[in-house]
Design a binder for this molecule. Sequence first.
Ligand code: MG
Length: 177
Amino acid sequence: MKHRVILFTDIGDTIIDEGTEIRAVPGGIVSRADCLPGARETMLALYEQGYTIAMVADGLVQSFHNTMTQHGLDHIFAAKAISEAVGVEKPDARMFQSAMGQLGLTEADKPRILMIGNNLAKDIVGANAFGIRSALLRLSPRYRHEWQSDAETPDYVLDRPEELPALLRQIERELEA
Ligand SMILES: [Mg+2]
């Protein structure tokens, strides 16, 4: 079953616990990392329920390949916008545009897209400026959770990944109404 709502997701401290990342050299490729509690199960369930999921993440292509393959998540992404490949980092609109383009989506589809991430300055500012929905996951303690401007204000706030399916269903109902 295909859903109208489309999920864009950050990876670091949204799916992967950045505090567990293992690199051979500082700033290098991540070889392994743990997932945040509930993140893997939630993302797999959403994929199995037919949601279209795109990765919109800052980092190295090989790092995300390693960690997503490690957790059996690499196949769930219908598109991947990775900063190393795109050439810019969030909040640059080209990151979000890349994911939209890979999925064959246009301006008219923007109300269907929800971006979830942990970083106000990257994920929320970027999604808000791009004109898609934004959800802050405030699970990781590494970044601040208090927004300081309209540009940083998320449309939705989640404390745990397990809250995401209900939010997607809520947006789905809004789109149908
Ligand atoms: Mg992040």
